[in-house]
Design a protein around this ligand. Structure first.
Ligand code: NAD
Length: 242
Protein backbone atom coordinates (compact mmCIF):
# COMPACT_ATOMS: atom_id res chain seq x y z
CA UNK A 1 0.00 0.00 0.00
CA UNK A 2 2.89 2.41 0.82
CA UNK A 3 4.20 2.06 -2.72
CA UNK A 4 0.74 2.71 -4.15
CA UNK A 5 0.44 6.04 -2.31
CA UNK A 6 3.84 7.08 -3.67
CA UNK A 7 2.84 6.12 -7.23
CA UNK A 8 -0.43 8.05 -6.98
CA UNK A 9 1.22 11.14 -5.45
CA UNK A 10 3.88 11.12 -8.18
CA UNK A 11 1.20 10.89 -10.87
CA UNK A 12 -0.73 13.80 -9.38
CA UNK A 13 2.39 15.96 -9.18
CA UNK A 14 3.66 15.00 -12.64
CA UNK A 15 0.38 15.18 -14.55
CA UNK A 16 -1.52 17.65 -12.36
CA UNK A 17 -4.81 18.86 -13.83
CA UNK A 18 -6.72 16.65 -11.41
CA UNK A 19 -10.50 16.47 -11.01
CA UNK A 20 -12.18 14.73 -8.08
CA UNK A 21 -15.54 13.03 -8.46
CA UNK A 22 -17.04 12.45 -5.03
CA UNK A 23 -20.05 10.59 -3.69
CA UNK A 24 -21.76 9.91 -0.40
CA UNK A 25 -18.76 7.86 0.83
CA UNK A 26 -16.55 10.91 1.38
CA UNK A 27 -19.10 12.29 3.86
CA UNK A 28 -19.61 8.99 5.69
CA UNK A 29 -16.83 9.92 8.13
CA UNK A 30 -18.74 13.14 8.91
CA UNK A 31 -21.56 10.96 10.22
CA UNK A 32 -23.80 11.25 7.16
CA UNK A 33 -25.02 7.81 6.07
CA UNK A 34 -24.54 6.71 2.47
CA UNK A 35 -27.45 5.26 0.51
CA UNK A 36 -26.20 1.77 0.96
CA UNK A 37 -24.88 1.70 4.53
CA UNK A 38 -26.60 -0.88 6.71
CA UNK A 39 -28.93 0.43 9.38
CA UNK A 40 -28.90 3.87 7.75
CA UNK A 41 -31.84 6.06 6.89
CA UNK A 42 -32.20 4.50 3.47
CA UNK A 43 -32.71 1.03 4.94
CA UNK A 44 -35.95 2.37 6.39
CA UNK A 45 -37.04 4.74 3.64
CA UNK A 46 -36.56 3.92 -0.03
CA UNK A 47 -34.96 7.05 -1.53
CA UNK A 48 -36.48 6.24 -4.91
CA UNK A 49 -39.87 6.82 -3.26
CA UNK A 50 -39.18 9.41 -0.58
CA UNK A 51 -36.86 11.51 -2.75
CA UNK A 52 -38.80 11.29 -6.00
CA UNK A 53 -40.18 14.34 -7.79
CA UNK A 54 -43.56 12.70 -8.32
CA UNK A 55 -43.99 11.88 -4.64
CA UNK A 56 -42.87 15.41 -3.70
CA UNK A 57 -45.65 16.84 -5.90
CA UNK A 58 -48.25 14.59 -4.27
CA UNK A 59 -47.03 14.77 -0.68
CA UNK A 60 -43.98 16.94 0.15
CA UNK A 61 -44.15 15.83 3.79
CA UNK A 62 -42.57 12.50 2.75
CA UNK A 63 -39.45 14.30 1.53
CA UNK A 64 -39.34 16.55 4.58
CA UNK A 65 -39.68 13.48 6.80
CA UNK A 66 -36.36 12.11 5.52
CA UNK A 67 -34.55 15.41 4.96
CA UNK A 68 -36.05 17.76 7.56
CA UNK A 69 -33.80 16.69 10.41
CA UNK A 70 -30.71 17.04 8.24
CA UNK A 71 -31.75 20.49 7.07
CA UNK A 72 -32.54 21.70 10.60
CA UNK A 73 -29.15 20.40 11.80
CA UNK A 74 -27.37 21.57 8.67
CA UNK A 75 -24.85 23.67 10.59
CA UNK A 76 -23.79 20.79 12.82
CA UNK A 77 -22.33 18.59 10.05
CA UNK A 78 -18.63 19.21 9.68
CA UNK A 79 -16.10 18.31 6.98
CA UNK A 80 -13.72 15.44 7.74
CA UNK A 81 -10.04 14.90 6.79
CA UNK A 82 -11.10 13.69 3.32
CA UNK A 83 -12.80 17.00 2.48
CA UNK A 84 -9.88 18.97 3.95
CA UNK A 85 -7.35 16.94 1.96
CA UNK A 86 -9.09 17.84 -1.31
CA UNK A 87 -9.12 21.52 -0.30
CA UNK A 88 -5.38 21.22 0.42
CA UNK A 89 -4.71 19.63 -3.00
CA UNK A 90 -6.53 22.56 -4.62
CA UNK A 91 -4.36 25.05 -2.69
CA UNK A 92 -1.25 23.17 -3.86
CA UNK A 93 -2.34 23.72 -7.46
CA UNK A 94 -2.91 20.02 -8.13
CA UNK A 95 -6.67 19.69 -7.89
CA UNK A 96 -8.57 21.81 -10.39
CA UNK A 97 -12.15 20.94 -9.64
CA UNK A 98 -14.44 18.90 -7.40
CA UNK A 99 -17.52 17.39 -9.01
CA UNK A 100 -19.75 16.12 -6.23
CA UNK A 101 -22.98 14.17 -6.10
CA UNK A 102 -23.33 15.22 -2.47
CA UNK A 103 -25.85 17.77 -1.34
CA UNK A 104 -24.34 18.41 2.08
CA UNK A 105 -22.15 21.41 1.20
CA UNK A 106 -19.13 19.97 3.04
CA UNK A 107 -16.58 20.51 0.26
CA UNK A 108 -17.19 24.26 0.29
CA UNK A 109 -17.23 24.26 4.09
CA UNK A 110 -13.78 22.60 4.03
CA UNK A 111 -12.43 25.38 1.82
CA UNK A 112 -12.62 23.94 -1.70
CA UNK A 113 -13.27 26.85 -4.06
CA UNK A 114 -14.06 25.18 -7.36
CA UNK A 115 -16.92 22.82 -6.62
CA UNK A 116 -19.77 21.72 -8.89
CA UNK A 117 -22.68 20.21 -6.99
CA UNK A 118 -24.40 18.28 -9.76
CA UNK A 119 -27.28 17.19 -7.52
CA UNK A 120 -27.73 20.63 -5.99
CA UNK A 121 -27.52 21.67 -2.34
CA UNK A 122 -29.68 21.19 0.73
CA UNK A 123 -28.61 24.60 1.98
CA UNK A 124 -30.76 26.57 -0.42
CA UNK A 125 -34.49 26.19 0.05
CA UNK A 126 -37.03 27.91 -2.18
CA UNK A 127 -40.72 28.66 -1.96
CA UNK A 128 -42.36 27.07 -4.97
CA UNK A 129 -44.99 29.85 -5.04
CA UNK A 130 -43.20 33.18 -4.47
CA UNK A 131 -39.55 32.12 -4.90
CA UNK A 132 -38.41 33.40 -1.50
CA UNK A 133 -35.11 31.79 -0.47
CA UNK A 134 -34.42 30.34 2.96
CA UNK A 135 -30.97 29.13 3.98
CA UNK A 136 -30.63 25.96 6.05
CA UNK A 137 -30.76 25.51 8.98
CA UNK A 138 -33.18 28.48 9.09
CA UNK A 139 -36.46 27.10 7.83
CA UNK A 140 -39.96 27.54 9.27
CA UNK A 141 -41.35 24.82 11.55
CA UNK A 142 -43.52 22.03 10.13
CA UNK A 143 -43.27 18.85 8.08
CA UNK A 144 -43.51 20.06 5.41
CA UNK A 145 -42.64 23.65 6.29
CA UNK A 146 -44.52 26.35 4.42
CA UNK A 147 -43.34 29.77 3.29
CA UNK A 148 -44.87 32.81 4.97
CA UNK A 149 -46.90 33.20 1.74
CA UNK A 150 -48.32 29.70 2.22
CA UNK A 151 -46.28 28.11 -0.60
CA UNK A 152 -44.52 24.74 -0.33
CA UNK A 153 -40.77 24.86 0.38
CA UNK A 154 -38.39 22.71 -1.65
CA UNK A 155 -34.61 22.42 -1.22
CA UNK A 156 -32.52 23.11 -4.29
CA UNK A 157 -31.67 19.44 -4.80
CA UNK A 158 -32.30 17.15 -7.74
CA UNK A 159 -35.00 14.61 -6.95
CA UNK A 160 -35.34 11.29 -8.76
CA UNK A 161 -37.18 12.01 -11.99
CA UNK A 162 -35.83 15.57 -12.30
CA UNK A 163 -33.25 16.87 -14.78
CA UNK A 164 -29.80 17.79 -13.49
CA UNK A 165 -28.99 21.52 -13.61
CA UNK A 166 -27.75 22.12 -17.16
CA UNK A 167 -24.84 24.42 -16.34
CA UNK A 168 -23.51 22.07 -13.63
CA UNK A 169 -23.75 19.12 -15.97
CA UNK A 170 -21.89 20.94 -18.74
CA UNK A 171 -19.13 21.87 -16.28
CA UNK A 172 -18.92 18.25 -15.12
CA UNK A 173 -18.56 16.94 -18.68
CA UNK A 174 -16.05 19.62 -19.61
CA UNK A 175 -13.88 19.09 -16.51
CA UNK A 176 -14.02 15.29 -16.89
CA UNK A 177 -13.00 15.33 -20.52
CA UNK A 178 -10.12 17.77 -20.04
CA UNK A 179 -8.49 16.52 -16.82
CA UNK A 180 -5.31 14.43 -16.86
CA UNK A 181 -5.99 12.62 -13.60
CA UNK A 182 -9.29 11.85 -11.87
CA UNK A 183 -9.81 10.83 -8.26
CA UNK A 184 -13.06 8.86 -7.91
CA UNK A 185 -13.93 8.89 -4.21
CA UNK A 186 -16.71 7.20 -2.26
CA UNK A 187 -19.21 6.64 -5.02
CA UNK A 188 -20.86 3.35 -5.89
CA UNK A 189 -20.89 4.53 -9.52
CA UNK A 190 -24.46 3.48 -10.17
CA UNK A 191 -26.26 6.85 -10.34
CA UNK A 192 -26.08 8.36 -13.83
CA UNK A 193 -24.77 10.54 -15.32
CA UNK A 194 -22.09 10.85 -12.61
CA UNK A 195 -21.24 7.17 -13.01
CA UNK A 196 -20.12 7.74 -16.61
CA UNK A 197 -17.71 10.61 -15.83
CA UNK A 198 -14.69 8.40 -14.96
CA UNK A 199 -15.10 6.58 -18.30
CA UNK A 200 -15.30 9.93 -20.08
CA UNK A 201 -12.07 10.99 -18.35
CA UNK A 202 -10.39 7.73 -19.35
CA UNK A 203 -11.53 7.98 -22.98
CA UNK A 204 -9.82 11.36 -23.09
CA UNK A 205 -6.56 9.99 -21.76
CA UNK A 206 -6.83 10.65 -18.02
CA UNK A 207 -5.47 8.28 -15.37
CA UNK A 208 -8.28 7.28 -13.00
CA UNK A 209 -7.61 6.57 -9.33
CA UNK A 210 -10.38 5.15 -7.17
CA UNK A 211 -10.56 5.57 -3.37
CA UNK A 212 -13.21 3.37 -1.79
CA UNK A 213 -13.10 0.50 0.74
CA UNK A 214 -15.21 -1.44 -1.81
CA UNK A 215 -14.18 -1.29 -5.43
CA UNK A 216 -16.96 0.18 -7.53
CA UNK A 217 -15.33 1.43 -10.73
CA UNK A 218 -14.07 -1.64 -12.61
CA UNK A 219 -11.66 0.08 -14.98
CA UNK A 220 -9.79 2.38 -12.58
CA UNK A 221 -6.05 2.49 -13.30
CA UNK A 222 -5.21 2.53 -9.59
CA UNK A 223 -7.38 1.40 -6.72
CA UNK A 224 -6.87 2.41 -3.07
CA UNK A 225 -8.95 0.15 -0.82
CA UNK A 226 -9.24 2.58 2.07
CA UNK A 227 -11.58 5.13 3.64
CA UNK A 228 -11.43 8.57 2.07
CA UNK A 229 -10.23 10.41 5.20
CA UNK A 230 -7.17 8.24 5.68
CA UNK A 231 -6.33 7.74 1.99
CA UNK A 232 -6.62 11.37 0.91
CA UNK A 233 -4.67 12.66 3.94
CA UNK A 234 -1.96 10.17 3.08
CA UNK A 235 -1.87 11.32 -0.54
CA UNK A 236 -1.45 14.92 0.61
CA UNK A 237 1.45 13.87 2.85
CA UNK A 238 3.14 12.02 -0.03
CA UNK A 239 2.69 15.02 -2.33
CA UNK A 240 4.33 17.24 0.30
CA UNK A 241 7.28 14.84 0.70
CA UNK A 242 7.36 14.49 -3.13
P1 NAD B 1 -23.77 5.49 -2.57
O1 NAD B 1 -24.43 5.52 -1.25
O2 NAD B 1 -24.44 4.77 -3.70
O3 NAD B 1 -22.34 4.81 -2.42
C1 NAD B 1 -21.43 5.19 -1.41
C2 NAD B 1 -20.07 4.61 -1.72
O4 NAD B 1 -19.18 5.10 -0.74
C3 NAD B 1 -19.99 3.08 -1.67
O5 NAD B 1 -19.32 2.61 -2.82
C4 NAD B 1 -19.17 2.79 -0.40
O6 NAD B 1 -18.35 1.65 -0.54
C5 NAD B 1 -18.32 4.05 -0.31
N1 NAD B 1 -17.85 4.41 1.02
C6 NAD B 1 -18.45 4.20 2.22
N2 NAD B 1 -17.72 4.73 3.22
C7 NAD B 1 -16.63 5.29 2.63
C8 NAD B 1 -15.51 6.00 3.12
N3 NAD B 1 -15.35 6.26 4.44
N4 NAD B 1 -14.59 6.46 2.23
C9 NAD B 1 -14.72 6.21 0.90
N5 NAD B 1 -15.77 5.54 0.38
C10 NAD B 1 -16.71 5.08 1.24
O7 NAD B 1 -23.48 7.00 -2.95
P2 NAD B 1 -23.28 7.74 -4.35
O8 NAD B 1 -22.49 6.90 -5.28
O9 NAD B 1 -22.80 9.10 -3.99
O10 NAD B 1 -24.71 7.88 -5.05
C11 NAD B 1 -25.89 7.96 -4.50
C12 NAD B 1 -26.62 9.29 -4.34
O11 NAD B 1 -26.65 9.52 -2.97
C13 NAD B 1 -26.07 10.56 -4.89
O12 NAD B 1 -27.03 11.05 -5.75
C14 NAD B 1 -26.02 11.54 -3.68
O13 NAD B 1 -26.65 12.76 -4.02
C15 NAD B 1 -26.86 10.87 -2.66
N6 NAD B 1 -26.46 11.00 -1.25
C16 NAD B 1 -25.76 12.07 -0.82
C17 NAD B 1 -25.35 12.16 0.51
C18 NAD B 1 -24.61 13.39 0.95
O14 NAD B 1 -24.83 14.48 0.42
N7 NAD B 1 -23.69 13.27 1.90
C19 NAD B 1 -25.63 11.13 1.39
C20 NAD B 1 -26.38 10.02 0.93
C21 NAD B 1 -26.80 9.96 -0.42
Amino acid sequence: MDALYKVVAELLVKLGSCVALTGAGISAESGIPTFRSQGGLWDKYDPMVYASAEVFRQDPSKYWLIRGEFIRNYGSYQPNPGHYALAALEKMGILEHVITQNIDGLHKKAGSQRVTEIHGSLREIYCQSCGKEYLAPHVPEGDPPFCECGGVLKPNTVLFGEQLPREALETAYQESSSCRTMLVIGTSAVVQPAASLPSLAKQNGAIVIEVNPEKAFATADHYIAEKAGKALSRIVEEVKIG
